[in-house]
Design a protein around this ligand. Structure first.
Ligand SMILES: [Zn+2]
Length: 438
């Protein structure tokens, strides 16, 4: 599979480290000189940029948090005058003050290159017809994929989100080969295709899906790959770190290559802040090595991962982050036990007869209560052998053995749970003051 930037993608790990060291020292000085927040934070921690001479000094540099972006809304962390900004993106602000991300012309060039590199790494080529269903606008997904795909030379269909019927028509008529969307929307598209009488194997030309923007399990991957007849590739990003394109799977599907020439990645113990060794599971912390407008130092992503520097058969030397176990923000504590929604998803997808639509509800009466609602697939629902009670018992037992706590299980008729055309609302935590679903 051709690489987009072969010289950089195959650099020796030592050369990557050397480059990272040189850039890290420079970006610390750059941020300190230009951004009052960093000057203040360095002083509070009794650190001077002159103390940062090599990568061993990295732990002395204070962390940056998402709340820092909120507190400095909208322009407070800019390292350049607003006149030098060519693009803004922003979070929706539904969960508090929005976070704004700003890009110089140079930043746009870097992001576009990273995204083109990510697409090529996942197996996309200039021959592909790419249907981009991520939202265009303040969200980074739509324009991020768009510019990267154009730079790679793909034929881009900029359809944006929503309008499932038209998505399927275009997919069929244009012979779309690459689909960019959330995994939950892919699941919905597969279902809608069947209802519209479209057989993905016979009628569609899809070969790759680029997924991101929400956590998904290995079981969901298998389900989508089978139902849409394509290869599902994981692409990680975060608007604070440009957007999509930070890390991506290669054809080996054995972790996501994170681009070491742009991102210095560490894992830390989220409670103590202590830096962990490669191979140890912890919170991913990222420093952007070349960002001009908003150089974030040691940004706390809240995502849990393991870093792996082992050689990859694809020939790329950049480290891999092994499939993200979940965002630490996504973790639910139910009756004192840590529960990741992705664990529940894995259990459900592993049971034949359960459809890929589910909802997790946590409530508190006197004790925490966990409800799992899942749909039965139409074939099982219509089968005379289907015994709802014993099936419910089986699902509950499988969940208990993985989660170690009891969940109340309710199995529903096909099509009962509300579908969304973007990120799915899988978890509803009624214990929170807002009572709103995430
Ligand atoms: Zn690889």
């Amino acid at each position: 599979m051709p690489m987009f930037s072969p010289e950089i993608e195959t650099l020796k790990p030592d050369a990557i480290r050397e480059y990272q060291e040189e850039r890290f020292v420079k970006v610390v000085k750059y941020a300190y000189e230009r951004i009052p927040m960093y000057r203040r934070r360095f002083r509070e921690n009794n650190v001077s940029p002159d103390d940062i001479k090599r990568l061993e000094d990295v732990p002395k540099v204070p962390f940056t948090y998402k709340d820092d972006l909120r507190e400095h809304y909208p322009y407070g962390i800019l390292a350049v005058p607003v006149a030098e900004i060519v693009r803004f993106h922003s979070s929706s602000g539904t969960t508090g003050t929005p976070t704004v991300v700003s890009y110089t012309r140079g930043d746009m060039k870097v992001w576009t290159t990273l995204m083109a590199r990510a697409l090529a790494t996942a197996g996309v080529t200039s021959e592909d017809i790419l249907q981009n269903t991520y939202g265009y606008g303040l969200f980074t997904g739509g324009l991020g994929y768009h510019y990267g795909a154009e730079a790679l030379g793909c034929s881009v269909v900029p359809i944006g989100s929503g309008n499932t019927k038209r998505q399927l028509e275009i997919m069929k008529d244009f012979k779309t080969t690459v689909l960019c969307c959330t995994p939950s929307y892919a699941t919905y598209l597969a279902e809608a295709a069947r209802e519209a009488g479209i057989d993905p194997v016979r009628d569609l030309s899809l070969r790759i899906a680029m997924f991101g923007a929400e956590p998904w399990s290995e079981e969901q991957r298998k389900h989508i790959e089978m139902n849409l007849d394509l290869k599902a590739m994981d692409c990680y990003g975060m608007s604070e770190l440009y957007g999509p394109g930070v890390a991506v799977e290669c054809e080996c599907q054995n972790g996501l290559h994170v681009w070491g020439d742009e991102f210095y990645v560490e894992t830390i113990d989220p409670d103590t802040g202590e830096v962990l060794e490669p191979g140890e599971k912890g919170e991913m912390v990222i420093t952007m090595l070349n960002r001009e407008a908003m150089p974030l130092l040691r940004y706390r992503t809240r995502d849990i991962c393991v870093i792996n520097w082992d050689e990859c058969p694809c020939g790329r030397s950049h480290p891999r982050i092994m499939r993200l176990a979940g965002r630490s923000d996504d973790m639910l504590i139910v009756g004192g036990v840590n529960v990741f929604p992705s664990q529940i998803e894995s259990v459900l997808f592993d049971i034949p007869g359960i459809a890929p639509q589910y909802q997790i509800i946590v409530d508190r009466d006197i004790l925490d209560r966990l409800y799992v609602k899942a749909e039965i697939d139409p074939e099982m629902w219509g089968s005379s052998a289907f015994d709802k009670d014993s099936f419910t018992g089986k699902v509950a037992e499988n969940l208990r053995s993985i989660l170690t706590i009891r969940a109340r299980v309710e199995l529903l008729a096909p099509g009962t749970i509300e579908r969304t055309e973007g990120k799915a609302k899988r978890v509803i935590d009624l214990r929170k003051d807002t009572g709103l679903a995430r």
